[in-house]
Each structure stands twice: as C-alpha cells, then as structure tokens.
Ligand binder design. Structure first.
Ligand code: F6R
Length: 608
C-alpha cells in the first residue's frame, strides 16, 4: 500500500530515491513520483511503474541536482492511477510537498474547510489535503506544524514532508502505516521498509505511532506530540543485502519458493528440544496455557489460511477450542472475548491494517495477544504481548509463499506447546511429533524437484477458465491457499471447496476439461476424497491429485498425481502447498503475467 523514501545528504537525492522506490514497488506499482529541492521543489511523477518514471525523467532530459528529496510508489485508494493523482502532492503555492502511505478518513471535511478558505485542489487524493493543510497550519517550524496537522487528521498515515523554507529538512511521522529512519554517514533517510535502504545503511530507528522525526544531513531528531525530544535505540539489521535481491531468479516468487526449506529450518529448529517445544521470550506460562478457555486466531488472506490449518492442528493436539476469524470481520462483529481467552494474530508484514485493528480490539477486551509475525519490529509485533517470529527473511513477491509456510510451522509448534501444557501429549508422543516436525523442511525441499514436471503441466492448463481445488479437513485448508495462489497471480478464476460440499451446488460448474486439483493426504478421508474425484471425473473434469506416497490407488481415478512424502498428516499442508505454488507460478509465467506484481494488488495492505 504505497512505498515512501526520503533522502537528505551530500549526494544527489534522485538516484537514491529511485533506487529505494525500486525496492518498494511490491507495496504498490500503479504510479510513481519524486520531488527534490533545487531552487524550489521540483516534482516529477507519472501513472505507471517506476520504469515509466525513469523513462519520463530521461525523455524530458531533466537535471535533478537536489540533495534532498522524497519519493513515492502508489497503490491507488482515493482517485484512479493518473499523473495528477500520483505523489508527491504539493500545496497550491508550491511551498509544501508531501508523500503519504495510508488513508485520511476525514479528508472530505478537511477539504471543505480548505475550500472555504479559497484553496484549490487539482487531484482526487486525500494526500493533497495534507499538503494544503500543512501549508495552512505552517508557522515557520516544521515539527510544530506537523504536530498541528496530525491533530487535525484522522486515519492511517506515514508522511514525508518537504518545505521550500527549510530546504535542509524533511519532517516525517507515522501512525498505523510503517515508516523507519535510516541512519547514514552525513546522510539520513526515511523509508517504508528496510530493503529500500539496505544498500546505504544497516542502522535504523523504528518509529512508533505519532513519533515525529526531523531529518537533516547531519542530524536526526525525534519528538513526541508535545515536541519533547525522544531517545531511541538503534535497530541494527544483520541480513545480507542479497536477501532482498532476486539472485538470478526470474521472479522473487520463485526465489522465495526455493527459500522455504531454509526459512522452515530457521523457524522450527531452534525451538525444538529433545522432548519439548521451547518458545523463548514468550511470557505465556504452562499455567497460562492450562487456563486458556478458547483461542481466537485472526488474520487476512494467506495468513488466514495458515490459521485455518492451525485450528485443525491445535484442536487435535491440545483440545483447546479454536475460532478463526478474518480480521476485517472480527473487528466489526463485536466478538465474544473472555478473560481466559488467547488471541493469536498472524501477519507476515505485521502491518496489515485490519489485522492490527483486530489486535487492538482483542486488547481492548483485556485478552492476551500472541502474534506470529515475519517483519521484526513491525506494528503488530510491537503491540502484542508476545511475538513468535517466522524467520522467513524478507518476502518481496506480492504473493506470499515462504511467509505462509513458516506461519504453518509456528502453528505446529504452538499446537505441540499447548498440547504438552494441557497434558494431552506425553513425552514419547512428543518425541515422535518432534521427529516428524524436523522432517518438514526436507519434505518441502524434496517437493521442489517437481518443478520441471509442473512446468510442462502448466502449459497444458494455462488457458483454463476455472480451476477448483478440493480437499477435506486440513487438505481443505491447504486447498484455499493453493486456489488463492493461482487466482492472484494468473488471473484464472479459482475456488477452493470442501470436497464434500461440492455437490451442494458448485458441481454444476464442472464441465468437459475443467481442471480440479484434489488433495487427499488425510488417511481417514482418503476414500471419501476418491469418491469426490470420481464425481467430478464423471462430469468431464481433468484431475490433478495429491496424495501420500504409497496411496497409488489414486492413479486409477486421477489424470495426474503428485505424491508427498509420508509423514505426520497433521503437517501435510506444508508439503501440499509446494506443488500448488509451483503450478500457480508456471501457469502465470505461461500466461505472460507479472508474477511478482499481480494487477490491482500490493503486498502490505495498510488500508481497510
Ligand atoms: C496472498 C497474500 C495475502 C496476505 C494478506 C495478509 O498471497 O500475500 O493474502 O497473506 O494480505 O498479509 P499479512 O500476512 O502481511 O498480514
């Protein structure tokens, strides 16, 4: 949902801004723009991708000499993608320039107020209101003006502001949208995410809500809403720059699919003891777990799919009742939350607006919140009582892969931790589970070898109109993720169905040649799934099935079978997702889609 970069230093700002925006395009890619100070604020922006902006700069033969500037890559909310709606936005007199990530909820009333004062607007965006408002409130001091502005706006925002009267300063703030400060040698930066700045610095300030930063070439000062200076610890990034590079892969998505075993090992292994799960740094004691009445897992999209798998596994192993909610529903449905409930929040980015709001809703009810997050220091991580990080490393492709699979692995760890605390699993059983859990990364790795076969198969199915993915139990939860992967990156309509439910309506959509992917890894449900395959086959479907090695009977009914290694069936979703990720990827490539940047999407959904 939009990426922001800002630079002030001794070098030309534009190349740094463009380079940083390139790393943030995953956050939005329908328009891009930069503004630099060079005898006044000079702005250049365009509808389209960053490459279009670079083209425009080249074509217009513009010299961008300014050593301070702000940049933006957009995912449209207010106003369609167009040159005029692109950021940065300026006040009418050109004194103020603003980049914004988020949504200003009261922008209509602020616009009315500013219109009455005679101000004219050129765009349909809520951001232009901020530029005009900042100018309207301007009292000669950037920090004081920012404090006044944020007292008047409502909503989510990360803002970077330039002013012609302070050509050596950027003032920035965040609330419910990410923003961090990069600390350099004689130069400083702001950005929505670390990869934008990793080439320049490894030292950061992670801003809290409503902390204001005044950035100059040789100083960074942080203020609270009373203009009192704040001191902050520097967050030092240890990952390799290559973690945010494609490393020779055509797309980040493929690189991230291949990185899954490594992410799983990093997430699982340090938490396994011989006969126990050790969740370091979490305050939830065995007694707390014993007292849990009910678990509410709340998330969006793929994280919600991982949560549904989590429900099956946690309930099975610990017998604690689990409810799974979509964050966008949970926050408005007045959920019944009781003192001894636990809320688990799942989010790769740690910034998803609805998920963050759900977290706050749970806390408002006095419920303890444990989050499963990938981005260290993100809002959800910071606001939770306990955090279990997924150690997937930076995920750049818009469609999640390693984020999802590492979330699954934390669900398994939690299930076993809860099961042991509730005394539902004994030592021996635990040792067996741990042995099986250790095998998950290697099983995932072995499934990557299906790549060539799936690539060939993708050619055959690339022109499908509809694809159905069916399964029962955990396989149904896994089907949801497989179906989402396919539709979001290939634009083929796809639905996941509980296999037993298909005949209650949806089966009427099956016709000659319709592709059905059937997942059949749960022993007790295997025969039932085989019957469901027969039902769709009888109506002309082509079936790709997934089953556990040894269950060859499935070959009698399916057109194509992928076998997953024999393992504890509670962990099967980790395996079955891999062929589906590869199938979605190669179908999308075959159809000429931009795999890493599917249309209409953005990675970090910081609006409702
Ligand atoms: C799909 C996908 C999304 C995210 C969802 C939640 O491939 O990536 O469905 O899973 O937007 O995002 P996080 O996990 O960052 O809260």
């Amino acid at each position: 949902m939009c990426g922001i970069v800002g630079y002030v230093g001794l070098e030309q700002a534009a190349p740094v801004l463009l380079q940083g925006l390139g790393k943030l395009e995953y956050r939005g890619y329908d328009s891009a723009g930069i503004a630099v100070y060079q005898n006044g604020i000079f702005t250049i922006k365009t509808k389209g991708r960053l490459t279009d902006l670079k083209e425009k700069i080249k074509k217009e033969d513009i010299t961008l000499s300014g050593k301070i500037g702000i940049g933006h890559t957009r995912w449209a909310t207010h106003g369609a993608p167009s040159d005029v709606n692109s950021h940065p936005h300026s006040s009418e007199n050109g004194r103020i320039s603003v980049v914004h990530n988020g949504i200003i909820e009261n922008y209509m009333e602020l616009k009315e107020m500013l219109l009455k004062k005679g101000r004219k607007f050129v765009s349909e965006t809520d951001t232009e209101i901020i530029a005009q408002l900042f100018d309207d409130c301007y009292n000669g001091d950037m920090v004081e003006t920012m404090i006044e502005v944020i007292g008047k706006i409502r909503g989510a925002y990360a803002l970077g502001v330039l002013c012609t009267e302070h050509p050596d300063q950027i003032v920035a703030v965040r609330k419910d949208s990410p923003l961090l400060v990069g600390l350099g040698e004689k130069e400083n930066y702001i950005a929505s995410d670390i990869p934008a700045l990793l080439e320049y610095t490894r030292d950061y300030y992670l801003l809290e809500d409503n902390e204001i930063v005044l950035l100059k070439q040789n100083s960074v000062t942080l203020f609270d809403l009373n203009k009192k200076e704040i001191k902050k610890e520097v967050f030092h990034v240890t990952w390799d720059v290559s973690a945010a590079e494609k490393d020779g892969y055509d797309y980040f998505m493929m690189k991230e699919i291949v990185e899954q075993p490594e992410g799983l090992r990093k997430t699982i292994f340090p938490r396994l003891k011989e006969q126990a799960i050790q969740l370091d740094h979490i305050s939830l004691t065995q007694q707390d777990v014993k007292n849990i009445n009910k678990i509410h897992i709340v998330a969006c999209g793929s994280a919600w799919h991982a949560s549904i798998v989590g429900k099956y596994v946690i309930e099975k192993v610990s017998r604690i009742p689990v409810e799974v909610d979509l964050a966008s529903e949970f926050r408005y449905r007045n959920p019944i939350l009781q003192k001894n409930d636990l809320c688990i929040i799942v989010s790769q980015s740690g910034e998803t607006a609805d998920t963050l709001a759900a977290l706050r809703e749970a806390k408002k009810h006095g419920v303890r919140v444990l989050s499963i997050v990938n981005v260290v220091g993100s809002s959800i991580a910071r606001e939770s009582d306990d955090v279990l990080y997924t150690w997937a490393g930076p995920e750049i492709a818009v469609a999640t892969t390693k984020g999802y699979s590492t979330q699954l692995s934390v669900m398994y760890l939690l299930a076993l931790y809860f099961g042991a605390a509730k005394e539902h699993i004994g030592k021996e059983e635990m040792a067996k589970y741990i042995q099986d859990l250790k095998k998950v990364p290697e099983d995932v790795e072995s499934l990557l070898s299906l790549e060539e076969r799936i690539k060939t198969l993708a050619k055959e199915y690339a022109q499908s109109k509809d694809v159905f993915v069916i399964g029962r139990g955990i396989d149904y939860a896994a089907a949801m993720e497989g179906s989402l992967k396919l539709k979001e990156i290939s634009y083929i309509h796809s639905e996941a169905y509980a296999a037993g439910e298909l005949k209650h309506g949806t089966i009427s959509l099956i016709e000659d040649g319709t592709l059905v992917v059937a997942i059949a890894t749960q022993e007790a449900l295997f025969e039932k799934l085989v019957s469901n395959i027969k039902e769709v086959k009888a109506r002309g479907a082509r079936v790709i099935a997934m089953a556990v090695e040894g269950n060859d009977d499935i070959e009698k009914v399916a057109d194509e079978v992928f076998y997953i290694p024999k393992t504890n069936e509670l962990f099967s979703a980790s395996s079955t997702v891999v062929p589906m990720q590869l199938l979605a990827y190669y179908i999308a490539v075959e159809r000429g889609c931009d795999v890493d940047k599917p249309r209409n999407l953005a990675k970090s959904v910081t609006v409702e």
